[in-house]
Design a protein around this ligand. Structure first.
Ligand SMILES: [Zn+2]
Length: 123
């Protein structure tokens, strides 16, 4: 994740990332995926964070975010069924989104190891 987007994911959702640090003046946590899934992560984290603020559920702590078997993986502690649903949905959506640029990827790419659009397929 680029430093700019890393901060844009961390800063508004610091309650989810208690071990975020400042690197070169920006919030840094350590997302192990590329920028193509930024929108997906931004929406999922915003929903989970907002839910934790109003619901009576255990505080969510995100432990690891990475690409595995061609899909987004969000490992976390806490939360409830709502948070689980939000993160499951983001993970499911990710297999049809190029992990590099965010372009929609057709079903024909699903059996490959990484979701990539035609432009980024060779990378
Ligand atoms: Zn792409």
């Amino acid at each position: 994740m680029s430093p700019e987007r890393e901060e844009m994911l961390c800063k508004p959702n610091l309650s989810l990332f208690p071990n975020a640090t400042i690197v070169d003046g920006r919030f840094f946590w350590g997302f192990q995926c590329q920028d193509g899934w930024y929108d997906l992560l931004n929406n999922a984290l915003s929903l989970a964070s907002a839910w934790c603020d109003i619901a009576d559920c255990e505080q969510v702590t995100v432990l690891e975010v990475k690409e595995k078997f061609g899909g987004l993986r969000i490992h976390y502690q806490g939360g409830d069924d709502y948070v689980k649903g939000v993160f499951n949905f983001a993970e499911t959506m990710s297999v049809n989104i190029c992990a590099i640029c965010g372009t929609r990827v057709g079903n024909r790419r699903m059996h490959y190891h990484h979701p990539r659009c035609d432009a980024h397929y060779e990378e």
